[in-house]
Design a protein around this ligand. Structure first.
Ligand SMILES: Nc1ncnc2c1ncn2[C@@H]1O[C@H](COP(=O)(O)OP(=O)(O)OP(=O)(O)O)[C@@H](O)[C@H]1O
Ligand SMILES: [Mg+2]
Length: 347
């Protein structure tokens, strides 16, 4: 029932789904983006009952009694728990799914999967949607979906580079004439950046930072302005490593920036790898066309500056980087993509 997506097939789909390690997004044809929520579910471990999904479940992380567990059915861009992914999606969609099924009992779904996802990962994405009532599932390369979603002129012969910075992975590709010429996928994303921040606080300040406190620190880095003079320090609350008691420390934002440098360097290495395997004519194009950043982690303050400095080519962040892929799939469903483009985009 899995098939390669084509213009015709995609236009027949009613829903488009992007199951990310951090967030789940769903686009319903003729309606738009209806779900953009954390890929999380809280489960009662004694009864197996679902207690909460999405935002509510994520807020419970690290605060639950023993009998409640917050689970993440998607990891590394792949559905790792099909049953839980289905239950989560069913709850996130609620009556929207029922309404779509009432109108179109033969539901067709489009799902984006990471570039060169292995057969098991593709199968898991397909199974998840079949379990929700889809009769047919079309799989589209996330990079292609994101390129369409951010309006890159993918069908032109000039090469462009797209970098999808997700939570679990970063995918880097050179696109030309609607196809991926060369690409790499590296297991570093927003999660690795958050991890580096947590490690820094633990080592430098002997402070255990709850995962939900990473965000305020990222905001502080943003306000301090990467590389520019600004707020030099910020107060962060956590727990003392030794005593276990609540404590707050003043954190030097420049040092935090230094700490996240390592995962970001891995991305720069990935760009080098893609360029080395890319035909020279296309590399020359990139000097003009530059790099387009998509994915939630593209919003990390200073990330674009860093890539600009490292590569010397223009770097742009997509207008809505976090939802590019699902909006691109949506555009394909609505037939808003030039037929010529989409025929070549078929994966
Ligand atoms: N303003 C921001 N600054 C820094 N990081 C951000 C910001 N907004 C989101 N992020 C990070 O972006 C990541 C989520 O990105 P995205 O929604 O593209 O992931 P995903 O699609 O669920 O993951 P994947 O594609 O890897 O499966 C998270 O790690 C989050 O911390
Ligand atoms: Mg993603």
């Amino acid at each position: 029932m899995t098939s390669s997506a084509s213009l015709e097939q995609l236009r027949r789909c009613q829903v488009a789904v992007d199951l990310g390690a951090a967030r789940t997004r769903v686009y319903v044809k003729d309606v738009g983006l209806v779900v953009d929520q954390p890929s999380a579910a809280a489960v009662n471990t004694q009864t197996g009952a679902l207690i909460a999904v999405g935002e509510f479940a994520e807020r419970m992380t690290g605060r639950t009694p023993d009998y409640i567990r917050v689970v993440r059915p998607v990891s590394g861009g792949t559905v790792v728990d099909i049953d839980m992914a289905q239950r989560m999606l069913r709850h996130l969609l609620g009556d929207k799914l029922r309404r779509t099924l009432r109108r179109k009992p033969r539901l067709r779904a489009a799902v984006c999967t990471p570039h060169e996802a292995d057969p098991l990962a593709r199968r898991a994405a397909t199974e998840t949607m079949l379990g929700l009532g889809a009769r047919r599932v079309e799989l589209v390369d996330t990079l292609i979906a994101a390129a369409v979603g951010c309006g890159l002129p993918v069908e032109r012969p000039e090469a462009t580079m797209i970098i999808a910075c997700g939570a679990a992975t970063t995918q880097i590709a050179v696109l030309s004439l609607g196809a991926i010429v060369t690409a790499v996928r590296i297991p570093v994303g927003g999660e690795a950046i958050d991890h580096a921040i947590i490690q820094h606080l633990r080592q430098r300040h002997e402070l255990v930072l709850p995962s939900q406190s990473v965000r305020p620190l990222r905001v502080a880095i943003a306000e301090s302005g990467m590389g520019r003079a600004g707020v030099a320090s910020t107060e962060i609350h956590g727990r003392d490593v030794a005593t276990g008691l609540a404590r707050s420390v003043t954190v030097d934002t420049a040092a935090v920036r230094e700490a996240i440098h390592t995962p970001l360097t891995t991305v720069i290495d990935g760009i080098g790898k893609v360029l080395r395997t890319c035909p020279p004519d296309l590399v020359a194009d990139l000097a003009d066309q530059g790099i387009m950043m998509v994915g939630g982690s593209a919003l990390l303050p200073g990330f674009d500056d860093m890539l600009r400095t490292a590569t010397g080519v223009p770097v742009a962040i997509a207008e809505r980087p976090d939802v590019c892929a699902v909006l691109g799939l949506g555009a394909m469903l609505e037939g808003r993509v030039e037929p010529m483009t989409l025929d070549q985009l078929s994966v």
